[in-house]
Design a protein around this ligand. Sequence first.
Ligand code: GLC
Length: 639
Amino acid sequence: MNQASLHRLLSQKGKDSKELFDLRLATNLTLIQKQFFSLYPEERHEKNFKKLLQLLPKLYLERPEALRNQDLQRLKSGNWYQSEKIVGMQLYVEHFNKDLKGLQEKIPYFKKLGVNFLHLMPITTRPKGESDGGYAVNSYLEVDKKYGSKKDLLELTSALRKNGIYLMLDFVVNHTSNEFSWAKKAIKGDKKYQNYYYTYEDFTVPAEFEKTLPEVFPETSPGNFTYIPEMEKWVMTVFNSYQWDLNYTNPEVFLEMLANLVKLTDMGVDVVRFDALAFLWKKIGTISQNLPEAHNLISLFRMCLQVVAPGSILLAEAIVAPTNIVKYFGEGEKRGNECEVAYNASLMALLWNSIATKKTQLLYKSLMHVPPKPKDCTWINYIRCHDDIGLGYENHLIQELGWNPEMHRKFLLDYYCQRLDWSPAKGMLFMYNPKTGDGRITGSAASLLGLEKAIATKNDDLIKESVNKIIMLHGITLAFEGIPLIYAGDEIGTLNDYSFQNDASKKGDSRWVNRPRQDWETISKLEKEDSPQLAIFRTLQKLIKIRKENTVFADHNNLEIYHTGNDHILSLERTHDAKRLLVICNFDENPQVIDSSWIKKLGYFSNGEPLDLVSGEKIALNSALLEVMPYQMLWLMKS
Ligand code: GLC
């Protein structure tokens, strides 16, 4: 039982909000203390621990009453984030409908599609020019003027709450921009704030770090340190040179960041996306990712936030190896006490592998290989986000298939990045590192899945095929356990946006190719004539509706994967009480057959032919084999 479940038990007793806060603090205190002193040894940091104990009630008292009430409702009602009723969308406010007010006007659009969870990309102040899309933060709480005001944000969050729409915002926990107030003071020579970052007088320590630190943006921001002449010091900048890594070995940094985190949730944020959290702790001689101290720190944030604002939860943005991702749900005594939600980056990357290879063996091997998640945690399932697609597969699993990992990755880059004439994909190569041969892929889902090329060549068959692929991949994320997250525009098959190439502050970063503007013109014409865009929109709208109406889709830790004997097929089952739903997908361009006896054994044909919820048709068997058409997805419901 994790800490949240304990709090739920305690909250049934009719106590008032403040008493429940005290109980939560008492319940979490041992863990908080342990984690705090594991990072900040007691001999030196008792004073800081006392500061933390003073901070928590202060933050609680500052929390708006409406949110405190919501916290208690959520505590009582259970793990709301595991519901089948949640379907998400990710978007850049300025690319969607100008600003926060514009976004609010589009609430009816979300409702029409069935979306009730929004991830807004960073909206706080940032440097002019390059800012990594706002991931270089000048402030954690101040809304950038181009999006509107804090009042607009509060109006939006309250409108979203009224409409039953959850909100996720980023907490860029690993770094600030070089214009953040702390960085500015550090540049001016203030030692206190220089200690908020990893700063060094010469390159001796950085050189030690560099021996093992990988490079995140090798093309545009090689190395992990930047020299700041005004400060006459080097500062650690793992991402871009204008993103300064926060020094969490300093407890002051933790305390300030905790206050920022809580204040962010006080604006009505339901899910906090913990950005780049794998990087939170640095140690010479390591790659400084996924370190045990980082996990203690994240859990410490979690345990404190849970005491103050139990209705808000954390999402782990850990785009790391599959076996490392689940660790962000917490292990050992931290199990279920770190992040409630994590990006299912492994599934995402594996789906792209299956499209390119037309095979599912690596998908199966990897899914079977990942340890089960804690029962109170869940995934965000997505086919792509605002970032690149990394090829984070386990090498030994690729090898077990008889493939050479290096060559295999090269094939995938070639397939998606326009190096193979026959490939339908139109993606771009991102951060290719000639030293290591590593590279990642950018491109909108539709362009990567062939729609751009198919439309350009006016090839109707390819258009159809691409539409089916787009629907199938989204369908898998809708059927998997967790929250499906659609990237805005993908619901109408929006193609690559090449306009970033004409913008000096963006042209070095091809991730902008997959961050297109919302195409309201196409949307306004949707219902008027048949088009690939309409086909995608209508089908997703239908699948979302089906998902919300069927409790099998809720995350009851009820997902089973079945081997079918056909390497082109993915099959998984969701169950809840007597309800069962079997998902079957064909990743090949040819029709495929599978033996149906095991499906019969599962009882799908016991009461006549089962209904395929996707096509709305009953599935008849003319032989012992079940035929699945190219890129077809079946959702068979057991009657
Ligand atoms: C995360 C974001 C990415 C950003 C990075 C640095 O990975 O998703 O867009 O560049 O963090 O903040």
